[in-house]
Structures are given as structure tokens and as C-alpha cells.
Design a protein around this ligand. Sequence first.
Ligand code: HEC
Length: 203
Amino acid sequence: MIENTLRRGRALGTALAAGAVVLLTARCGSAPAEATTGDAAASQTVERGKYLVTVGGCNDCHTPFVMTERGPAPDMNRMLSGHPESSPMPPPPALPEGPWLWMGGATNTAFAGPWGVSFAFNLTPDDNTGMGIWTEEMFIRTLRTGRHMGVSRPVMPPMPWQGYAQMTDEDLKAIYAYLRTIPPIHNRVPDYIEPHHVPAMAK
Ligand code: HEC
């Protein structure tokens, strides 16, 4: 029964993904007509979260890129573990005068621009370096307010929280539920660096 429901959920997810108008259309995917048991409902929530993480592009910045035969791609062995602590970044170089404004590291998890240097966060449920201690409420507050851990400094670019803030509570809860189920990866992401601490940016 659970397997069937899951398979149906997945088939629905795939059909919706094919239907381009992603986030709007996707809402239809959250409430299957028939009633389900608690367990089946929970796995549907997780499937829904996985779907939203996939179409929401979280892996593009939170999973380190490696070079493959088909070009750079997220290394799913390190899924959503953020900027790798094994790849310390040197200070970013100064950009020449002109319209180029920001730069990204080879892993697509480190970014430098007028806001300073930001590193994509570890979204896995690791207790010490990821979101292990995050409550659902903290997670939702972070994406709704753009505040670090829901309360402190502003979350920096290029994290597109302003768009994700428009999701329904149900969708944000589903993302949180899914993120609790992925493999925890111990990876301490470097701290955000303010522009006045970046030699090339300090005036
Ligand atoms: C374009 C790149 C990009 C995408 C896409 C992206 N993120 Fe992020 N995210 C970042 C960066 C960079 C940071 C670190 C920002 C900082 O340190 O202020 C971050 C930080 C976060 C944080 C931690 C905020 C905090 O408290 O400091 C959460 C949670 C998060 N992202 C969730 C997500 C989820 C969920 C998705 C997909 C739905 C997603 N991100 C997609 C770049 C991205």
C-alpha cells in the first residue's frame, strides 16, 4: 500500500515536472484524493519535499560541483552538504572596472560579491555542522524572513530566499521533512565574510 502510494506520488511528481509551470502547478501534487494512513501521508510529505528541493534548484548551490564528462555537475555523494571544508578558498581577487560584479568558486558553493563572501550552508541533518539541531519552525522562519537561523544577520546572496519565502507553509514543511531524511554529512562550512574583511573589497 505504502509502496503503491509512493509510486503514484512519484509518477505524479514526474508528470508535474514535465509540465513546466513548476511551483504553481506543483501545488496540485500535494493532496491526493484518497485518504491515507499516517505513515503514507508522512512519506508523501517527504516525497513532495524531495520534489520541491529538486525543482527549486537547491543542489545547484548546496551540493559541490565536480567536473564530469558532461561538464560540471553536483556531486550527489556529497548531496546538500554545502561548501566543502576540504576546499578552503583563497581571498577573492579584485574584479576589473566594468559591469562584472560577482564571482563563484569551481564547486558553485562559494560566492564573492559586494555582499562579501558567502558559502552555501550544510543542509544535511548532521548535528554539529548541518541542520541537525534546526527545528521546523527555525527553518520556516529563516526562509520567510531571510535571517540567519531565523533570527540573526541577513542571509546573503545568492541564496534566493525571497522566492522561496513565497512557498506555502505546507511546502516549506515538506522541504524540511525531506531534509531530515537525507544522509547526514559532517562538513563544517566556512563562516560568511563581511566585505570589509575582504582585502580586494575593503576601501
Ligand atoms: C543560487 C544559489 C543557492 C540556491 C539555488 C539555494 N541556496 Fe540556500 N544558500 C545559498 C548560500 C550562498 C547560502 C549562505 C548564505 C549566507 O551565509 O548568508 C545559503 C544558505 C541557506 C540556508 C541557511 C540560512 C542561514 O540560516 O544562514 C538554508 C536553510 C538554505 N540556504 C536553504 C536552501 C534551500 C532549501 C534551497 C532550495 C529550495 C536553497 N537554499 C537554494 C545559496 C543558494
